[in-house]
Design a binder for this molecule. Structure first.
Ligand code: NAD
Ligand code: UGA
Length: 458
């Protein structure tokens, strides 16, 4: 069967896989191929055991795979046969050389551009799906278009705004889709081609067109604003703990102001995930490189507050457990950076686990989806660490529970039974404010929440 369009996506990760699965499902007339250098990952995408956990993803992949959605390691063939290439490779923080610790490491991105150039023998649209520093498109155009093949590449920016754990929902019903290009006739024609894909399921008024630099910068800015809201509410949570104000009540009161809005005001042990920190630090680096020191410091503070919130959580555990956790068993409820994902990248749980292990606590980690990644994250620790899928087994004989991921399953446990199996006095540190603190206190727990006065029996 001949397909109307041949779309390739380079990078079969958290963005490439789900995004292409949705495009394939919504546009059966297009052929969608996803390639990756990671053979194991591609093997997993072609199996019943997908490499990432995302509600609704497996069903979608089963419907489309090997019909109009294909996962492959054949970059060269994929590039040659496509007219539109989405690039969703990783763009982590640079760990070496200039800008180490802040700037985006663009080596995977640039390698991809060179591969596209090497294997192409016709003109193509290259779509920036990865999150990139503003003005990356300019460098890409240089690499791609200084060729002797008499072919032309139009670089379009189409950043992804999905949140993990809700990726399919976000992709099927996005707040907006942003497509930026050069304001030249070729640039505008290329972005219209990308618009044509999304109009199959996204209302036209939610598809925004802009210049390419605005599009690139909007992605970094959106993540910076979202993370800033969390750091803002977390900073106030610290003040609540000093003043008997309740962060839930404060968030509710300010969120009812329609200019502020109620979303993203959940105080927590801190934000995690692969992107907020890296994208803000990237923004900071860009500002510094343009001499905008004040702007750089302003955004850097969002990351600093987040790190402080995580260390404050560990300190709080230590202080309230009589200044020592050495030899005490502590159960961590949740290791993923948020619920409904197995992703643990930059999860606050990593820092909490490391902090407690450094204090010689016996740490037991439980999580419905993230234990495999947790094992990898903490592979350097040989002593005092166990992994247990069943939360009831995890808490047996423990002094404390720290809730680090807001999985629903933790709201519904039998805490009377749990209390009886723990060492007394028993502590709960709820880093997500998901538990009924009054009920827990009545059972006998000493309860510590974020931004609320503690409920203690002593
Ligand atoms: P990821 O690490 O899960 O996936 C990236 C994939 O690209 C990896 O599987 C890697 O093997 C592959 N890759 C690297 N170089 C390659 C090459 N030359 N050829 C083929 N494959 C190659 O990363 P991710 O979470 O999917 O993020 C990708 C980009 O999207 C990043 O820029 C990120 O900032 C952005 N983003 C991520 C999210 C998210 O929720 N994870 C949301 C929006 C935007
Ligand atoms: C975030 C953005 O929400 C997406 O729009 C963006 O596409 C993505 O980053 C990206 O660029 O990677 P994600 O990190 O998957 O998505 O998840 P979020 O729901 O934003 O949560 C991030 C972190 O903030 C989690 O650790 C979460 O628990 C925490 N959080 C979130 C809070 O502590 N409080 C809140 O009120 C909301």
């Amino acid at each position: 069967m001949a397909f109307e369009k041949n779309i390739l996506c380079i990078g079969a990760g958290y963005v490439g896989g789900p995004t292409m699965a949705v495009i394939a499902a919504k546009c059966p007339q297009y052929k969608v191929v996803v390639v990756d250098v990671d053979k194991e990952k591609i093997r997993a995408w072609n199996s019943d055991n997908l490499p990432i956990y995302e509600p609704g993803l497996h069903e979608l992949v089963k419907k489309t795979r090997n019909k109009n959605l294909f996962f492959s390691t054949e970059n060269e063939k994929g590039i040659r046969e496509s007219e539109i290439i989405f690039v969703s490779v990783n763009t982590p923080t640079k760990t070496f050389g200039q800008g180490a610790g802040k700037a985006a490491d663009l080596q995977y991105w640039e390698k991809t551009a060179r591969e596209i150039l090497a294997y192409s023998n016709s003109s193509k649209i290259v779509v920036e799906k990865s999150t990139l520093p503003v003005r990356t498109a300019s460098a890409m155009e240089r690499i791609l278009n200084e060729n002797s093949k008499a072919i032309h590449f139009e670089v379009v920016s189409n950043p992804e705004f999905l949140a993990e754990g809700a990726a399919i929902q976000d992709l099927e019903n996005p707040d907006r889709v942003l497509i930026g290009s050069r304001e030249t006739p070729d640039g505008i024609a290329a972005r219209k081609t990308i618009v044509e894909i999304y109009v199959h399921w996204v209302p036209r008024e939610r598809i925004i067109e802009s210049n390419v630099w605005s599009s690139e910068l909007s992605k970094l800015t959106a993540n910076a604003f979202l993370a800033q809201r969390i750091s803002s509410i977390n900073s106030i949570s610290a003040l609540c703990e000093k003043t008997e104000a309740d962060i839930g009540e404060v968030a509710h009161a300010i969120g009812m102001d329609s200019r502020i809005g109620p979303k993203f005001l959940e105080a927590s042990v801190g934000f995690g995930g692969s992107c907020f920190k890296k994208d803000i630090l990237n923004l900071v680096y860009i500002c510094e490189s343009y001499g905008l020191e004040k702007v750089a410091r302003y955004w850097e503070a969002v990351v600093e507050i987040n790190e402080w919130q995580q260390s404050r959580f560990i300190q709080n555990m230590l202080t309230n457990m009589f200044n020592t956790v050495a030899g005490k068993k502590i159960a961590l409820f949740g290791f993923a950076f948020k619920a409904n994902t197995g992703d643990t990248r930059e999860s606050p749980a990593i820092y909490v686990a490391q902090g407690l292990l450094a204090e010689q606590a016996e740490v037991v980690i439980t999580d419905p989806e993230a234990l495999k990644n947790a094992r990898k994250d903490l592979k350097g620790f040989k002593k005092g660490l166990t992994f247990e899928p069943n939360p009831y087994n995890a808490v047996k004989g423990s002094h404390a529970i720290a809730v680090l991921t807001e999985w629903d399953v933790y709201r519904e446990l039998d805490y009377k039974r749990i209390f009886k199996s723990m060492v007394q006095p028993a502590f709960i540190f709820d880093g997500r404010n998901i538990l009924d603190r009054k009920k827990l206190f009545d059972i006998g727990f000493n309860v510590f929440s974020i931004g609320k006065a503690p409920l203690k029996h002593f």
